[in-house]
Design a protein around this ligand. Structure first.
Ligand SMILES: Cc1cc2nc3c(=O)[nH]c(=O)nc-3n(C[C@H](O)[C@H](O)[C@H](O)COP(=O)(O)O)c2cc1C
Length: 352
């Protein structure tokens, strides 16, 4: 199926596996790329050296194009951008809007820039700054998320910008892809669906918790890092919701120290990142500190398999996913279903 997205990034299918910290590593990304979709490495939780090694690992496993997701507000974003350019990565994806300067630098080097946004005005801003496409994530999506549902946000953004729009938040199958195309999207991006595949390195015990979840077991909390964050409602998350300010601050300090060790970033870099996060937002220093929690708590679940004290970021769609296909099977099945739906709708040019 050819769309503005497949033309832009050179993949066979208009499907994207989004960059997810600790989840979207070389194994998942290369499996997605080999399946003909766009895989994106989640690099926010990697050191710069780790990022370079991960890019090379993907490259050793596939010749297909892939992308890297960066935190636009990270103090070392520029260094990471240089790594993408040096390593010849096809697509740069961003959590939060990147600066005009970063976009220009990547585009000058021939990298396709596709920021993820959760609001129309952010889409308008990055489009005006030269982004090649945007991923727009509706409220039902996993991880940090906004308030407006995909069904409302997607057509709003499609109407507002003149660049290809990729729909995210709540997608898992071929019907969803056709619905997104009907809204004017150039494809869909899926996080939770790709996390729940046989190729994802997330521990089996953690996948089992996702598979058992109903749509009502997925919640949004600000208690992890001060920003609305969609995740599975576990007893641990319920405990965070009940905890007071002081307990939260002590916990945050502990996790901030752990993150420093994991990410290799010094305290100065963390304070710089914290200042960048505060910029333009109503975050207290306590909340900035809490932000350092997220990578550590995600890691506990996604890498160490600690379902008891980890954070399991998740879209609502986890409640309607009940299997763990390979990426090849998943992509094949989504595309086959999309063709069937288009044919049933009598769409011109669709398979009979
Ligand atoms: C476990 C998990 C980790 C995530 N980490 C990131 C991240 O590091 N950077 C980012 O831009 N988005 C991140 N997201 C959001 C996804 O990239 C994507 O936008 C979202 O999952 C789409 O909604 P869906 O889960 O309904 O498919 C994460 C989502 C999940 C479920």
């Amino acid at each position: 199926m050819r769309t503005a997205l497949t033309d832009l990034v050179g993949v066979r299918h208009p499907l994207v596996q989004t960059g997810m910290g600790w989840v979207a590593g070389p194994r998942l990304v290369s499996a997605v790329a080999e399946a003909g979709a766009l895989g994106i490495l989640g690099s926010a939780t990697m050191t710069p050296d780790g990022l370079r090694a991960a890019i090379r690992k993907v490259r050793s496993r596939t010749r297909q194009p892939f992308g890297v997701n960066l935190r636009a507000d990270a103090g070392d974003a520029r260094e990471r951008v240089d790594i993408l350019i040096e390593e010849g990565v096809r697509v740069a994806s961003f959590a939060l809007a990147p600066s005009r300067e970063l976009i220009a630098r990547l585009k000058d080097a021939g990298v396709v820039v596709v920021p993820s946004v959760g609001a129309r005005r952010h889409a308008e801003k990055v489009a005006a700054w030269g982004a090649d496409a945007v991923v727009v994530q509706g409220a039902e999506g996993g991880g940090h998320t906004g308030e407006v549902a995909t069904s409302v946000l997607l057509p709003q953004v499609v109407d507002a910008v003149g660049i290809p729009v990729v729909a995210a938040g709540g997608f898992r199958d071929g019907r969803g892809l056709v619905a997104a195309l009907a809204f004017g999207a150039a494809g869909v991006a899926m996080g939770t669906r790709f996390l729940l595949t046989a190729d994802s390195t997330v521990p089996d015990a953690v996948k089992a918790v996702y598979l058992a979840a109903t749509v009502r077991d997925v919640t949004v909390t600000t208690k992890v890092d001060g920003l609305p964050h969609r995740m599975l409602r576990t007893p641990f998350v319920a405990g965070l919701e009940r905890s007071g300010r002081l307990g939260g601050l002590v916990r945050s300090l502990r996790h901030a120290a752990a993150f420093r060790a994991l990410s290799g970033s010094g305290w100065a870099a963390m304070v710089r990142d914290g200042l960048a996060m505060r910029h333009g937002r109503e975050l207290t220093w306590g909340q900035v500190l809490m932000a350092a929690n997220t990578p550590v708590l995600l890691r506990a679940a996604m890498v160490d398999g600690r379902t008891d004290l980890g954070v399991m970021a998740s879209g609502q769609v986890a409640g309607v996913i009940d299997d763990l296909p390979t990426c090849a099977d998943l992509v094949g099945r989504v595309m086959a279903e999309a063709e069937e739906v288009l044919a049933a709708l009598g769409a011109p040019g669709a398979a009979p």
